[in-house]
Structures are given as C-alpha cells and as structure tokens.
Design a protein around this ligand. Structure first.
Ligand SMILES: [Zn+2]
Length: 233
C-alpha cells in the first residue's frame, strides 16, 4: 500500500515537473523576496517532509548553525509527523504548501480552500499551531488563489532564486553527474545573490544534499547571514 502510494506520488511529481516546464513560474502579485539593506537571505525547502532527505538536510543546517524555512505538503506531513516536529523544534520557519501539491491556478472555489484548510488542520494536530506562510505549488498564483490565501490570514511568498535542484528528483545520478549539477546550481546562485533574496530548494535529492553545504559556505563567504521568514515578514 505504502509502495503503491509512493509510486503514485513519483508519477505525480513527474507530471507536475513537466507542467512546470511548460507553464513557468507565475507569481502574479505574490512577493518573491523581502525588503532589507542588510546582507540577509532566506533559504527555503519545498515538498517535504521526505523520509529520505529531510533528516539529512536538517543535519547539514544544524552543523552549520543555519535556520531555514520549510513549505510542507499536508499529505506527506501525516505520514512523517516526527519530521514535522523536528523541523519546528530546531527553530526553522514553517509554511503551507497545500495538501496534495496541486496546481491551484487550475482550480476554483472550494477545492482551493480545502487544499489550504486541510494542511492548516494537519499543522494544528501535529504542532498545536498553524504557521502563517504559504507557497503555492510551482509558484503558480492567480487572483482567486491570492484572495483565498488572504482569507486564511496566510502570507504568500514565492522565490527570487530557483536552485533548480528539483530537476534531478528520482534520477539515478553518478558522482560525476552530481558534481556537474552542483556546479550548475552554484554558478546560478552566485550570479543571483542579493540582499533580500529568497532561495528555493527541495527536500530533495542527492544534488540537494551535495550542493547545500556549498551554498551555505558561499553565502557566508560573501558576508551574508541566513534569516527565517518569521524574522523578516
Ligand atoms: Zn512544491
């Protein structure tokens, strides 16, 4: 049963990745960064919790004393509530990333509301509170979704730098390929880094894990600090 569910989930992500490719990031009125004069950035991880990667990401963040922000999927949270508790306990910000990770801009009314409300209920059940941040799957936003998010008193936030680590999900990559992808991610981040940037990563894959310590080291070497969403908005 669990195996079947994971299979379905992998298929869903494949279709979703293709759709994201055909219909690129559309923030439509949603903030994609935050205002600051200081050298500060927010590091975000979408699509968790993942039984394969979330613990490892948290270990890397902890050993570098970095706090990040996690946008979690309700249907995965109920599978791995301990991971949700660990993220919260270790001082990272949390956000709502819908219950089924659907492209909300293709739906109207009740379905959009249910995706958001159900995930908030899961947060309330696991942690006893509802985080106030929201990110739509694929960054796909429109006026209906924006007003539904507002009616739940959630703050929507996109991203200004996409690390593109999700492209390698479920791929079998050898060491050489991983090194190549890591250097592609790094040169993109190096060219885009600026005060108030919001960086998008995922929870994730072997590329996410390999590149994360390098992302942290580079950003620190440029005199930047990592802040969480709750520190800046
Ligand atoms: Zn996502």
């Amino acid at each position: 049963m669990i195996h079947k569910f994971k299979h379905k989930f992998a298929l869903f992500f494949l279709i979703f990745s293709l759709l994201s490719f055909i219909f690129p990031y559309n923030p439509d009125g949603m903030p994609t960064d935050f205002k600051t004069n200081k050298k500060q950035v927010v590091l975000t991880f979408d699509d968790g919790p993942s039984y394969l990667y979330t613990d490892k990401i948290l270990d890397i963040l902890k050993s570098n004393n970095v706090k990040a922000s996690f946008f979690l999927i309700g249907s995965r949270m109920i599978e791995y509530p301990d991971l949700v508790r660990r993220i919260s306990r270790e001082g990272h910000s949390l956000g709502n990333h819908t219950y089924n990770h659907i492209r909300l801009d293709q739906y109207v009314g009740q379905r959009v509301d249910d995706e958001i409300a159900e995930t908030s209920r899961v947060y309330e059940n696991i942690l006893g509170f509802v985080p106030k941040y929201f990110r739509p799957p694929g960054g796909r936003m429109n006026k209906t979704v924006l007003s539904t998010v507002a009616s739940h008193k959630l703050i929507p936030i996109g991203w200004s730098i996409n690390a593109n680590d999700f492209l390698y999900r479920d791929q079998q990559l050898d060491t050489e390929m991983i090194a190549k992808k890591v250097s592609a991610v790094m040169s993109h981040i190096e060219s885009q880094l600026k005060p108030g940037a919001v960086i998008l990563m995922h929870n994730g894959n072997e590329v996410s894990l390999a590149v994360l310590p390098k992302v942290i080291a580079y950003i620190h070497s440029k005199g930047y600090t990592f802040v969480t969403l709750s520190q800046v908005m």
